[in-house]
Write a protein that binds this ligand. Structure first.
Ligand code: C5P
Length: 351
C-alpha cells in the first residue's frame, strides 16, 4: 500500500512547490550519438541544465540555518591546484555506525547494530548502480541494464514492482531517510519493500552535535523503529549512517562548490553515492543528472509534479549534481540522452 504514496524530499521544508520547468527537453532528444545534430542537441541541453543548476543554487542561500552549520572553506588549500572532486567525496568517509563506535560501545542500543560489515567480499564487487527516484526514469527502458550490476542501490520506498522495464527489479541496498523510518504511512517495520535488503537509514542531527546529542535531537526519531526492526529481524543488515559523516560530506560539497550552498544535509542520493563509491570500481548513477526524458514529475512512481525534486532547493541538490557531473567519466550522450552518469573510484595515489 505504500506504492504511490507521496514523499517529496522533505515536504516540511519544500519552499518551491509546483515550480515549473522552463525548458522543453523533448526538443533535445536524439538517438544516434555520432550524428552531428545529435551532438549539438546534447550540448545545448547540457548547457540549459547547467544554467538551471546554477540558478537553483542562487535561490534560498539566505534561508535559516536550522542545523547550526558553521564552516568556512579553506580555499587557499585548493586554490589553483587540481584536486579531484571524487577524492573530496571519498575523504568525507561516509559510513555506517558500528558497535565499537563510542558512545554506542557503552550503550545497550549499540548492541543492535549488525556485527557484519556493510558489504562482504568487496573484491568481488565489480559494478554498482544507483537508481535515483527521478520522474524521468519513466520510459527509460534501463531495467535490464540496472539489474546487470553486482550491487543496486535504491532510495526510500521507491518500488520496483510494476516498473521493472524502467528501473529493474534487483535491490541490494536501500538508503532511507528518517521520515520514511518513522512515518506510519511507510510502515518501515513491516512493509515487504524494506525486508531482505541491506538498509542504511539516516538522520542528520545537528551539525556540531555529539552522537549522544543526536539520540535526543534527531529530526525524526529514527531510533524507536530501528530498534523494533532489528528486534523483528535479528539477521537483517540494517545500519544507521554516522551523522557526522553526513556533515563531512556537506563540507566536501561546500569545498568543491566554493559559492555558499544551502546549509542543509545532502540528499539521500548523494549520501548513497558517497557510501557506495569506496566499495565499487565505478558507480553508474541512473537519472541523477537529468536526461532529455526530463519532465516536471518528481518520482517515477507518483504523479506529483514538482521540479524542485530534481533541482533542489531544500537539499543542496544542484550543487551535488554539478559535483557529480565533475566526477563523471562517461560521454555527454550517455549522461544526457541515456541518463547514466559513470563515476569511478579514484586511485588512492591521486587523492
Ligand atoms: O525523493 P527521494 O529522496 O526519495 O529520492 C531519492 C533520491 O533520488 C533523492 O535523494 C535525489 O538524490 C534523487 N532524486 C533526483 N531527482 C528527482 C527525485 C529524486 O535526483 N526528481
Amino acid at each position: 500500500a505504500i506504492n504511490g504514496t507521496k514523499l517529496s524530499p522533505h515536504p516540511r521544508f519544500d519552499l518551491s512547490k509546483n515550480r515549473k520547468l522552463t525548458i522543453d527537453p523533448k526538443m533535445y532528444r536524439c538517438f544516434n550519438k555520432y550524428q552531428v545534430s545529435c551532438q549539438n542537441k546534447t550540448a545545448i541541453f547540457k548547457s540549459r541544465i547547467l544554467s538551471i543548476f546554477r540558478k537553483s543554487m542562487r535561490e534560498y542561500v539566505n534561508a535559516t540555518n536550522i542545523y547550526n552549520v558553521e564552516f568556512s572553506t579553506m580555499l587557499s588549500n585548493f586554490d589553483g591546484k587540481y584536486y579531484p572532486s571524487s577524492c573530496l567525496l571519498l575523504e568525507a568517509g561516509v559510513r555506517v555506525l558500528r558497535r565499537k563506535d563510542p558512545p554506542f560501545n557503552k550503550l545497550g542500543f549499540g548492541k543492535l547494530f549488525p556485527k557484519k560489515k556493510l558489504f562482504k567480499e568487496i573484491k568481488k564487487i565489480k559494478t554498482c548502480a544507483i537508481v535515483s527516484s527521478a520522474g524521468s526514469l519513466s520510459g527509460s527502458n534501463l531495467g535490464s541494464f540496472i539489474d546487470s550490476h553486482d550491487i543496486v542501490m535504491r532510495f526510500n520506498h521507491a518500488p520496483t514492482k510494476g516498473y521493472e522495464d524502467d528501473v529493474g527489479s534487483k535491490t541490494t541496498i536501500r538508503v532511507v531517510n528518517s521520515q520514511v523510518v518513522t512515518k506510519s504511512e511507510f510502515n518501515f517495520t513491516k512493509a515487504k519493500i524494506f525486508q531482505n535488503v541491506t538498509i542504511a537509514a539516516w538522520d542528520p542531527g545537528k551539525y556540531n552535535g555529539t552522537l549522544k546529542d543526536w539520540l535526543t535531537s534527531a529530526d525524526f526519531d529514527i531510533f524507536t523503529n530501528y530498534k523494533i526492526y532489528r528486534q523483528h529481524y535479528p539477521h537483517s543488515k540494517a545500519y544507521l549512517v554516522d551523522p557526522h559523516s553526513i556533515w563531512r560530506l556537506w563540507q566536501g560539497l561546500q569545498t568543491f562548490t566554493q559559492k555558499s550552498i544551502r546549509k542543509n544535509p545532502p540528499s539521500s542520493g548523494f549520501i548513497g553515492l558517497a557510501l557506495l563509491l569506496p566499495h565499487c570500481p565505478y558507480v553508474d548513477f541512473i537519472e541523477y543528472i537529468p536526461s532529455t526524458r526530463l519532465t516536471g514529475k518528481c518520482h517515477y512512481y507518483s504523479k506529483e509534479m514538482n521540479s524542485a525534486c530534481t533541482f533542489g532547493v531544500w537539499h543542496p541538490l544542484a550543487a551535488e549534481k554539478l559535483m557529480a557531473l565533475d566526477m563523471n567519466t562517461g560521454d555527454e550522450y550517455t549522461v544526457f540522452q541515456q541518463g547514466i552518469t559513470r563515476i569511478r573510484r579514484p586511485d588512492k595515489l591521486l587523492c
